[in-house]
Design a protein around this ligand. Structure first.
Ligand code: ASP
Length: 479
């Protein structure tokens, strides 16, 4: 007999079917045993009765979260047992055959609650159990719907989905890299990408014109708020565009995504308001203002764009003792300045006044994305690195491949990346991105389930020519 899903039971009254899943709950009334059988799609009530006495006896040993298959007849529930508030509340399965596929220990916490009341450590350690709860399943399904929608929308708009490497070279997004030692080239390291920034620009040089990727990014930052060492971006790049073109596609995508996937949500203002960085700071004291008119309304979405950020900020300057100002980029060193500041950049004048072509998209006070039009002229990109005080040698060491690529017929281009975890969390009404990631790390960057990071054995260290001058703490958290 072929197993059917719990949602396929409707309309099968009188038929013999096979259902499989987990014992969600069990109520033993002696002569009758009721089991709520849960599969991915929902719950079906199974009744074990003396009519099939052997099966009834067998059902007595069932415990929560055991995995079972039940064959039986779908029946209409007696009038007084009908529950119109739940799916399958009008039917039940009368068990005629029971197979225990796997037993389960007593699980460490309940899965029939929303789980907020359970300590994070425990949830993370047994994440595969935590994910059984309805709320977590809903979040993962919502995430899947969103990514499927995005993929479809972008394909219709002629974007190509392209994967870029995970083992790569450091990119200067401003955070610390995760590094991977190379066995074949002792003493050399790959870096995990902080974003696919350089690769996506190189794809534009390659002539792909419209790229996207649902890309994993890695940043080794100290624990700061709701961050994860690895997170997901919806990453895009387009050729022959101005910033308005990139903003338009993204705004359309966000609007149609909300309208199709989350029709109960209301977007406060369309088109999205556009604020300059200066305006945002003056009016709201923040470059990611929360523009919601009613912050109590959980269905209100206030998107806006923030543009015209300063390109550089002073890391230290004349104020701190008269030495030369040291500049760093505020967002992305590969951005171009706004066109009217190009000359100033080339002359390396009035550096603090140069505005970048950066645009950030904000939702309810969270930055959910950001991007820019890129500096596609090698001599202008070189100026950016010079302003930041990089020596010619360092520029060539780190960026010669980019400068070289830009010297081989690079089209003007620009793009954006969304913080996909954050967007999904806001749409799911979750306070924390951990709630929308299947297997997140803890706030202090550990995977409690796999017990990572962990030490590796002597042989692996030797192969990599790695040794420690001082052994890390013996807690298994080193390396
Ligand atoms: N790579 C940038 C980031 O990770 C986004 C972009 O400019 O496209 O923030």
């Amino acid at each position: 007999m072929i197993r059917i899903k719990s949602i396929e039971t409707a309309g099968k009254t009188g038929e013999r079917v096979l259902l499989s899943g987990w014992v969600h709950s069990k109520r033993d009334h002696g002569k009758l045993i009721f089991v709520d059988l849960r599969d991915r799609w929902g719950i079906v009530q199974v009744v074990f009765s003396p009519q099939n006495n052997e099966v009834l006896q067998e059902a007595q040993r069932l415990r929560g979260e055991w995995v079972i298959s039940v064959e039986g007849e779908i029946k209409k529930r007696p009038e007084n047992m009908v529950n119109p508030n739940i799916i399958n509340g009008e039917i039940e399965l009368e068990a005629q055959k029971l197979v225990v596929l796997n037993e389960s220990k007593t699980i460490p916490f309940a899965v029939d609650t929303d789980g907020y009341e359970i300590g994070d450590e425990s949830r993370m350690k047994h994440r595969y159990i935590d994910l059984r709860r309805e709320r977590m399943k809903k979040n993962l399904l919502l995430r899947d719907k969103i990514t499927a929608f995005v993929r479809n929308f972008l394909h219709v708009e002629d974007f190509v989905e392209i994967e870029t490497p995970i083992l790569t070279k450091s990119t200067p997004e401003g955070a610390r890299d995760y590094v991977v030692p190379s066995r074949l080239y002792p003493g050399n390291f790959y870096a995990l990408p902080q974003s696919p920034q350089q690769y996506k620009q190189l794809l534009m040089v390659a002539g792909l014109e419209r790229y996207f990727q649902i890309a994993r990014c890695f940043r080794d930052e100290d624990t700061r708020g709701d961050r994860q060492p690895e997170f997901t971006q919806l990453d895009m790049e387009m050729s022959f565009v101005k910033r308005e073109d990139v903003m338009r596609v993204n705004e359309q995508l966000l609007i149609s995504l909300v309208q199709k996937i989350m029709p109960s949500k209301k977007i406060q203002e369309i088109p999205f308001p556009i604020l300059s960085y200066k305006e945002a700071m003056e009016k709201f004291g923040s470059d990611r203002p929360d523009l919601r008119k009613d912050k109590k309304d959980k269905d209100l979405l206030a998107f806006c764009w923030v543009v015209d950020f300063p390109f550089f900020s002073a890391e230290c300057g004349p104020a701190s003792g008269g030495e030369k100002t040291k500049w760093t980029f505020t967002h992305n060193p590969f951005s171009s300045p706004k066109p009217e500041y190009r000359e100033i950049l080339m002359n390396k004048e009035k550096i603090g006044e140069i505005l970048t072509s950066q645009y950030d998209v904000i939702l309810n006070g969270f930055e959910i994305g950001g991007g820019s039009i890129r500096n596609h002229e090698p001599q202008a990109l070189r100026k950016v690195f010079e302003i930041m005080g990089y020596s010619d040698e360092r520029i060539d060491d780190n960026f010669s491949h980019m400068l070289e690529a830009l010297s081989n017929g690079a089209p003007p281009h620009g793009g954006i990346a969304w913080g996909l975890d954050r967007l999904v969390a806001i749409l799911a009404g979750e306070p924390n991105i951990r709630e929308v990631i299947a297997f997140p790390k803890t706030g202090d960057a550990r995977d409690l389930m796999m017990n990572a990071p962990s030490q590796i054995d002597e042989k692996q260290l030797k192969e990599l020519y790695l040794s420690f001058t001082k052994m890390p703490r013996p807690s298994g958290r080193g390396v």
